[in-house]
Design a protein around this ligand. Structure first.
Ligand SMILES: [Zn+2]
Length: 304
């Protein structure tokens, strides 16, 4: 059994929203056991929206959450950093509607969490352990999850661009593999899309400081952080989007050409099909132990 975790102390940073272009201060604050990850808008009197699929509200080149009058956009990179470092409970306070994009990766959020430190709580963490495969596809995009004894992600991408015709990667996700191989990978966009995005009022805060921009013949930013930085960023995105199931996942996630819309639809699909998974108290609980975990799942159903 593992204990739930939160941060040892509060910590803040400032940046701009990728799509809104607005300045924003972000604070991460310790939170009690079983309170999960919640976004709080201090510019709206402290109204909150929990980071769950139930509150997905608007997917526009980023994942947004909404509840009543509260919305928070571009939550995925921060969520990926929090869940990969095993932070179960935290309040994310913002004074603007969008999480800062920082350098386009999750590394600045990793630094922030590490500076704050981690504190164990006196409640047991529950993992969502996949018992049978689930899948979802839309056109040529697909995503699936299979039973596995740990959290593993396979992602493949294919774009109609010579730099990006095919990239694929499989990685077992632990805090250290995430920090080393995934967190530094930056978001990317195509130069020919930038103007279209701006006409839609998006990417207003975008620059070469916070996104890889791909022109016809190469990237405009100079050096990539990894030769396959693009597919690594897709793994970062899917970890952040799947965090909206509300539990650390024990299973092998396999996605091809996905995006935020497919990722978040799949997170909802997984939660709905509650016979395909069980909640367990240990990542290596064998499938045979699933029967012992059923009361926990019943408790989950009752609560939702
Ligand atoms: Zn992203």
């Amino acid at each position: 059994m593992k204990a739930q975790r939160t941060l040892r102390r509060s910590i803040s940073c400032a940046g701009i929203g990728l799509h809104s272009g607005k300045k924003v201060t972000l604070s991460l604050k310790p939170a009690p056991a079983d309170s999960s990850i919640r976004f709080r808008r201090c510019d709206l009197g402290g109204l909150e929206v929990p980071a769950t699929v139930k509150h997905v509200g608007g997917i526009n080149y980023a994942t947004g959450l909404a509840r009543d009058a509260v919305r928070v956009d571009t939550v995925e990179h921060l969520l990926a950093a929090l869940v990969s470092l095993g932070i179960d409970n935290v309040v994310v306070e913002l004074n603007s509607p969008e999480v800062p994009i920082m350098d386009g990766s999750a590394s600045p959020f990793i630094d922030l969490i590490q500076q704050a430190g981690v504190r164990q709580l006196s409640a047991t963490r529950h993992y969502l352990k996949v018992l049978r495969p689930l899948s979802l596809s839309r056109g040529d995009k697909s995503i699936a999850i299979y039973p596995s004894d740990h959290f593993r992600v396979t992602y493949s991408i294919a774009f109609d661009h010579p730099l990006l015709q095919h990239q694929s990667m499989t990685l077992s996700i632990t805090d250290s593999s995430f920090i080393e191989h995934i967190a530094p990978a930056r978001t990317f966009t195509f130069l020919k899309e930038v103007e279209m995005l701006r006409q839609q009022g998006l990417a207003l805060g975008g620059s070469l400081e916070n996104a890889i921009v791909i022109g016809d013949t190469g990237v405009l930013n100079g050096q990539l952080r990894f030769d396959d930085e693009f597919v690594r960023h897709k793994i970062l995105d899917v970890i952040g989007d799947m965090a909206l199931v509300g539990y650390p996942i024990v299973g092998h996630l396999v996605a091809h050409r996905g995006g935020h819309a497919l990722h978040t639809a799949f997170a909802a699909h997984v939660l709905e099909d509650a016979d395909a998974w069980t909640l367990v108290e240990s990542m290596d609980a064998a499938t045979a132990d699933a029967a012992a975990a059923i009361p926990i799942k019943d408790a989950y159903r009752a609560a939702n």
